[in-house]
Design a binder for this molecule. Structure first.
Ligand code: AMP
Length: 285
Protein backbone atom coordinates (compact mmCIF):
# COMPACT_ATOMS: atom_id res chain seq x y z
CA UNK A 1 0.00 0.00 0.00
CA UNK A 2 1.22 3.44 -0.95
CA UNK A 3 0.14 6.43 1.13
CA UNK A 4 -0.29 9.47 -1.07
CA UNK A 5 -0.87 13.06 0.01
CA UNK A 6 -0.95 14.92 -3.29
CA UNK A 7 -3.67 14.89 -5.94
CA UNK A 8 -1.16 15.00 -8.81
CA UNK A 9 0.80 12.01 -7.45
CA UNK A 10 -2.33 9.89 -7.08
CA UNK A 11 -3.48 10.80 -10.57
CA UNK A 12 -0.08 9.83 -12.00
CA UNK A 13 -0.27 6.36 -10.43
CA UNK A 14 -3.92 5.81 -11.35
CA UNK A 15 -3.33 6.84 -14.95
CA UNK A 16 -0.76 4.05 -15.24
CA UNK A 17 -3.13 1.53 -13.63
CA UNK A 18 -5.91 2.50 -16.04
CA UNK A 19 -3.58 2.21 -19.02
CA UNK A 20 -3.01 -1.40 -17.97
CA UNK A 21 -6.79 -1.91 -18.15
CA UNK A 22 -7.23 -2.25 -14.38
CA UNK A 23 -10.53 -1.45 -12.68
CA UNK A 24 -10.51 0.94 -9.74
CA UNK A 25 -12.61 0.73 -6.57
CA UNK A 26 -12.82 3.67 -4.20
CA UNK A 27 -13.95 3.96 -0.56
CA UNK A 28 -14.14 7.48 0.88
CA UNK A 29 -13.74 7.70 4.67
CA UNK A 30 -12.92 10.23 7.36
CA UNK A 31 -10.60 7.78 9.13
CA UNK A 32 -10.58 6.37 12.68
CA UNK A 33 -11.39 3.18 10.82
CA UNK A 34 -13.48 0.42 12.32
CA UNK A 35 -14.93 -2.87 11.10
CA UNK A 36 -17.72 -1.01 9.24
CA UNK A 37 -15.18 0.79 7.07
CA UNK A 38 -13.14 -2.39 6.69
CA UNK A 39 -16.15 -4.22 5.22
CA UNK A 40 -16.47 -1.54 2.54
CA UNK A 41 -12.76 -1.65 1.84
CA UNK A 42 -12.81 -5.46 1.54
CA UNK A 43 -15.73 -5.22 -0.88
CA UNK A 44 -13.69 -2.78 -2.95
CA UNK A 45 -10.72 -5.14 -2.89
CA UNK A 46 -12.80 -8.13 -3.99
CA UNK A 47 -14.57 -6.38 -6.84
CA UNK A 48 -11.73 -4.38 -8.43
CA UNK A 49 -8.14 -4.78 -9.58
CA UNK A 50 -7.00 -1.67 -7.71
CA UNK A 51 -8.42 -0.47 -4.40
CA UNK A 52 -8.24 3.19 -3.37
CA UNK A 53 -9.22 4.43 0.10
CA UNK A 54 -9.33 8.07 1.12
CA UNK A 55 -8.97 9.39 4.65
CA UNK A 56 -10.04 13.00 4.71
CA UNK A 57 -11.95 14.79 7.46
CA UNK A 58 -13.96 17.04 5.17
CA UNK A 59 -14.48 20.44 6.81
CA UNK A 60 -17.31 21.46 4.46
CA UNK A 61 -19.69 18.76 5.73
CA UNK A 62 -19.39 19.70 9.42
CA UNK A 63 -21.90 22.24 10.66
CA UNK A 64 -20.57 22.16 14.24
CA UNK A 65 -17.01 23.30 14.77
CA UNK A 66 -16.67 21.19 17.94
CA UNK A 67 -17.50 18.04 15.99
CA UNK A 68 -14.85 18.85 13.35
CA UNK A 69 -12.18 19.69 15.93
CA UNK A 70 -12.91 16.62 18.06
CA UNK A 71 -13.21 14.21 15.14
CA UNK A 72 -10.70 11.41 15.89
CA UNK A 73 -7.59 11.36 13.70
CA UNK A 74 -5.48 8.18 13.76
CA UNK A 75 -3.67 7.90 10.45
CA UNK A 76 -0.93 5.53 11.62
CA UNK A 77 -3.34 3.02 13.14
CA UNK A 78 -5.59 3.28 10.09
CA UNK A 79 -2.67 2.54 7.78
CA UNK A 80 -1.94 -0.70 9.63
CA UNK A 81 -5.58 -1.79 9.50
CA UNK A 82 -5.95 -1.52 5.74
CA UNK A 83 -2.50 -2.18 4.33
CA UNK A 84 -3.32 -5.65 3.01
CA UNK A 85 -6.61 -4.59 1.39
CA UNK A 86 -5.70 -1.22 -0.07
CA UNK A 87 -3.34 -0.30 -2.91
CA UNK A 88 -3.46 3.48 -2.62
CA UNK A 89 -4.35 5.31 0.58
CA UNK A 90 -5.11 8.91 -0.30
CA UNK A 91 -4.71 11.15 2.77
CA UNK A 92 -4.65 14.70 1.45
CA UNK A 93 -4.46 18.00 3.33
CA UNK A 94 -7.45 20.33 3.05
CA UNK A 95 -5.47 22.55 0.64
CA UNK A 96 -5.15 19.64 -1.82
CA UNK A 97 -8.90 19.10 -1.97
CA UNK A 98 -9.87 22.75 -1.82
CA UNK A 99 -6.93 24.70 -3.27
CA UNK A 100 -7.26 28.46 -3.40
CA UNK A 101 -8.64 29.58 -6.73
CA UNK A 102 -10.28 26.27 -7.67
CA UNK A 103 -14.08 26.36 -7.77
CA UNK A 104 -15.14 23.05 -6.19
CA UNK A 105 -18.81 23.92 -5.80
CA UNK A 106 -21.28 21.56 -7.47
CA UNK A 107 -24.39 22.77 -9.21
CA UNK A 108 -26.77 20.05 -8.07
CA UNK A 109 -30.03 20.50 -6.20
CA UNK A 110 -30.54 17.64 -3.74
CA UNK A 111 -33.27 19.33 -1.69
CA UNK A 112 -35.86 16.68 -2.64
CA UNK A 113 -33.72 14.15 -0.69
CA UNK A 114 -32.24 16.43 1.98
CA UNK A 115 -35.43 18.24 3.06
CA UNK A 116 -35.88 15.99 6.10
CA UNK A 117 -33.96 14.18 8.85
CA UNK A 118 -30.20 14.92 8.54
CA UNK A 119 -30.82 17.83 6.14
CA UNK A 120 -32.58 20.36 8.40
CA UNK A 121 -30.71 19.13 11.48
CA UNK A 122 -27.30 19.67 9.87
CA UNK A 123 -27.57 22.71 7.58
CA UNK A 124 -25.09 22.55 4.70
CA UNK A 125 -24.04 18.99 5.51
CA UNK A 126 -25.18 17.34 2.28
CA UNK A 127 -23.87 20.18 0.11
CA UNK A 128 -20.50 19.45 1.74
CA UNK A 129 -20.86 15.73 1.07
CA UNK A 130 -21.78 16.31 -2.58
CA UNK A 131 -18.87 18.73 -2.96
CA UNK A 132 -16.24 16.37 -1.54
CA UNK A 133 -17.51 13.25 -3.29
CA UNK A 134 -17.68 15.06 -6.63
CA UNK A 135 -14.13 16.31 -6.15
CA UNK A 136 -12.90 12.78 -5.31
CA UNK A 137 -14.74 11.32 -8.29
CA UNK A 138 -13.04 13.85 -10.55
CA UNK A 139 -9.63 13.05 -9.13
CA UNK A 140 -9.93 9.26 -8.98
CA UNK A 141 -12.51 8.39 -11.68
CA UNK A 142 -13.27 5.04 -10.02
CA UNK A 143 -15.31 2.27 -11.62
CA UNK A 144 -17.09 1.68 -8.31
CA UNK A 145 -17.58 3.73 -5.15
CA UNK A 146 -18.28 2.01 -1.80
CA UNK A 147 -20.55 3.55 0.81
CA UNK A 148 -22.31 2.33 3.96
CA UNK A 149 -26.02 1.82 4.54
CA UNK A 150 -25.43 3.49 7.92
CA UNK A 151 -25.63 6.91 6.26
CA UNK A 152 -28.93 6.36 4.48
CA UNK A 153 -29.55 9.83 3.06
CA UNK A 154 -25.89 10.19 2.17
CA UNK A 155 -25.74 7.15 -0.11
CA UNK A 156 -29.17 8.04 -1.57
CA UNK A 157 -27.93 11.52 -2.47
CA UNK A 158 -24.70 10.17 -3.97
CA UNK A 159 -26.76 7.69 -5.98
CA UNK A 160 -28.86 10.57 -7.29
CA UNK A 161 -25.76 12.63 -8.08
CA UNK A 162 -24.23 9.81 -10.15
CA UNK A 163 -27.44 9.38 -12.13
CA UNK A 164 -28.27 13.06 -12.54
CA UNK A 165 -24.74 14.10 -13.57
CA UNK A 166 -24.19 11.07 -15.82
CA UNK A 167 -21.16 9.94 -13.86
CA UNK A 168 -20.28 6.39 -14.95
CA UNK A 169 -19.09 5.27 -11.47
CA UNK A 170 -21.30 2.56 -9.93
CA UNK A 171 -22.40 2.92 -6.30
CA UNK A 172 -22.10 -0.17 -4.11
CA UNK A 173 -23.77 -0.02 -0.68
CA UNK A 174 -22.59 -2.18 2.22
CA UNK A 175 -24.98 -3.18 5.07
CA UNK A 176 -24.40 -1.54 8.46
CA UNK A 177 -21.85 -3.35 10.61
CA UNK A 178 -22.80 -3.43 14.30
CA UNK A 179 -21.21 -4.07 17.66
CA UNK A 180 -22.32 -7.24 19.49
CA UNK A 181 -25.06 -5.31 21.33
CA UNK A 182 -26.46 -3.80 18.12
CA UNK A 183 -24.89 -0.32 18.26
CA UNK A 184 -23.89 0.69 14.73
CA UNK A 185 -20.14 1.03 14.48
CA UNK A 186 -19.06 4.65 14.18
CA UNK A 187 -15.86 6.61 14.67
CA UNK A 188 -17.89 8.79 17.05
CA UNK A 189 -18.48 5.82 19.41
CA UNK A 190 -14.92 6.38 20.68
CA UNK A 191 -16.16 9.58 22.31
CA UNK A 192 -18.98 7.92 24.29
CA UNK A 193 -18.49 7.83 28.04
CA UNK A 194 -18.58 4.25 29.39
CA UNK A 195 -21.98 4.53 31.08
CA UNK A 196 -23.50 6.12 27.98
CA UNK A 197 -21.89 3.52 25.72
CA UNK A 198 -23.48 0.81 27.88
CA UNK A 199 -26.96 2.14 27.12
CA UNK A 200 -26.38 3.18 23.51
CA UNK A 201 -27.94 -0.02 22.16
CA UNK A 202 -31.30 1.64 22.91
CA UNK A 203 -31.08 3.05 19.38
CA UNK A 204 -30.91 -0.42 17.84
CA UNK A 205 -33.69 -1.59 20.18
CA UNK A 206 -35.97 1.24 18.99
CA UNK A 207 -35.22 0.50 15.32
CA UNK A 208 -35.87 -3.23 15.84
CA UNK A 209 -39.16 -2.35 17.55
CA UNK A 210 -40.18 -0.37 14.45
CA UNK A 211 -39.34 -3.32 12.22
CA UNK A 212 -41.37 -5.72 14.38
CA UNK A 213 -44.39 -3.42 14.53
CA UNK A 214 -44.54 -2.17 10.92
CA UNK A 215 -47.49 -4.37 10.02
CA UNK A 216 -49.35 -4.06 13.32
CA UNK A 217 -49.14 -0.42 14.48
CA UNK A 218 -49.71 2.94 12.77
CA UNK A 219 -46.40 4.45 11.62
CA UNK A 220 -46.95 7.65 13.63
CA UNK A 221 -47.55 5.56 16.77
CA UNK A 222 -44.38 3.54 16.13
CA UNK A 223 -42.39 6.77 15.69
CA UNK A 224 -43.80 8.23 18.89
CA UNK A 225 -43.12 5.08 20.90
CA UNK A 226 -39.60 4.74 19.52
CA UNK A 227 -38.83 8.34 20.54
CA UNK A 228 -40.13 7.61 24.04
CA UNK A 229 -37.98 4.46 24.24
CA UNK A 230 -34.87 6.49 23.50
CA UNK A 231 -35.63 9.18 26.08
CA UNK A 232 -33.49 7.60 28.79
CA UNK A 233 -30.91 9.35 30.98
CA UNK A 234 -28.26 11.19 28.92
CA UNK A 235 -30.03 10.34 25.63
CA UNK A 236 -31.93 12.88 23.58
CA UNK A 237 -33.55 11.66 20.34
CA UNK A 238 -33.63 14.30 17.60
CA UNK A 239 -35.89 12.48 15.15
CA UNK A 240 -37.22 9.02 14.40
CA UNK A 241 -38.89 8.75 11.00
CA UNK A 242 -40.34 5.91 8.98
CA UNK A 243 -39.74 6.94 5.38
CA UNK A 244 -39.97 5.74 1.81
CA UNK A 245 -36.41 4.66 1.01
CA UNK A 246 -36.54 6.17 -2.49
CA UNK A 247 -37.83 9.67 -1.74
CA UNK A 248 -37.39 10.10 2.07
CA UNK A 249 -41.06 11.02 2.48
CA UNK A 250 -42.93 9.89 5.60
CA UNK A 251 -44.85 6.63 5.21
CA UNK A 252 -48.40 6.34 6.46
CA UNK A 253 -49.57 3.15 4.73
CA UNK A 254 -46.70 0.61 4.44
CA UNK A 255 -48.71 -1.38 1.87
CA UNK A 256 -48.28 1.51 -0.59
CA UNK A 257 -44.46 1.41 -0.51
CA UNK A 258 -41.90 -1.14 -1.75
CA UNK A 259 -38.92 0.24 0.14
CA UNK A 260 -39.22 1.52 3.72
CA UNK A 261 -36.58 2.55 6.25
CA UNK A 262 -36.67 3.80 9.82
CA UNK A 263 -34.03 6.49 10.32
CA UNK A 264 -33.02 8.13 13.57
CA UNK A 265 -30.58 10.55 15.14
CA UNK A 266 -30.04 10.63 18.88
CA UNK A 267 -27.70 12.57 21.13
CA UNK A 268 -25.84 10.31 23.52
CA UNK A 269 -24.29 12.76 25.96
CA UNK A 270 -22.40 15.22 23.72
CA UNK A 271 -22.16 12.78 20.82
CA UNK A 272 -24.70 12.70 18.03
CA UNK A 273 -25.35 9.21 16.68
CA UNK A 274 -27.35 8.24 13.61
CA UNK A 275 -28.68 4.86 12.56
CA UNK A 276 -31.34 3.27 10.38
CA UNK A 277 -32.94 -0.04 9.59
CA UNK A 278 -34.62 -1.26 6.43
CA UNK A 279 -38.17 -2.26 7.36
CA UNK A 280 -39.23 -3.42 3.90
CA UNK A 281 -37.55 -4.05 0.53
CA UNK A 282 -33.90 -4.57 1.54
CA UNK A 283 -33.26 -5.77 -2.01
CA UNK A 284 -33.55 -2.14 -3.22
CA UNK A 285 -30.23 -1.19 -1.65
P1 AMP B 1 -17.16 8.04 7.63
O1 AMP B 1 -15.72 7.76 7.87
O2 AMP B 1 -17.99 8.08 8.88
O3 AMP B 1 -17.39 9.19 6.70
O4 AMP B 1 -17.71 6.77 6.85
C1 AMP B 1 -17.15 6.37 5.63
C2 AMP B 1 -18.05 5.35 5.01
O5 AMP B 1 -18.16 4.24 5.88
C3 AMP B 1 -19.48 5.89 4.76
O6 AMP B 1 -19.91 5.44 3.50
C4 AMP B 1 -20.26 5.26 5.89
O7 AMP B 1 -21.62 5.06 5.57
C5 AMP B 1 -19.54 3.93 6.06
N1 AMP B 1 -19.77 3.40 7.38
C6 AMP B 1 -19.58 4.03 8.57
N2 AMP B 1 -19.95 3.25 9.58
C7 AMP B 1 -20.40 2.10 9.04
C8 AMP B 1 -20.92 0.88 9.58
N3 AMP B 1 -21.08 0.71 10.88
N4 AMP B 1 -21.27 -0.10 8.72
C9 AMP B 1 -21.13 0.08 7.37
N5 AMP B 1 -20.63 1.19 6.81
C10 AMP B 1 -20.28 2.18 7.64
Amino acid sequence: MKTIKRVSTLQKYLKKERQKGRTIGFTPTMGALHEGHLELIRMGKNENDINVVSIFVNPTQFNQKEDLVKYPRKLEEDQKLIRSDCDYLFAPAVTQIYPKGLDTSVDLDVSHLSFSMEGPNRPGHFDGVVQVIYRFLNIIEPDRIYMGQKDFQQFSIVHYMLKEMNIPTKLRVCPTVREADGLAMSSRNLRLEPQIRKNANIIFTALSFAKDQLCTMKCTDIEEKAIKMMQIKDFRPEYFEIVDGFNMKRVTDPEQHDFIAACTACWAGRVRLIDNMILKGAEHI
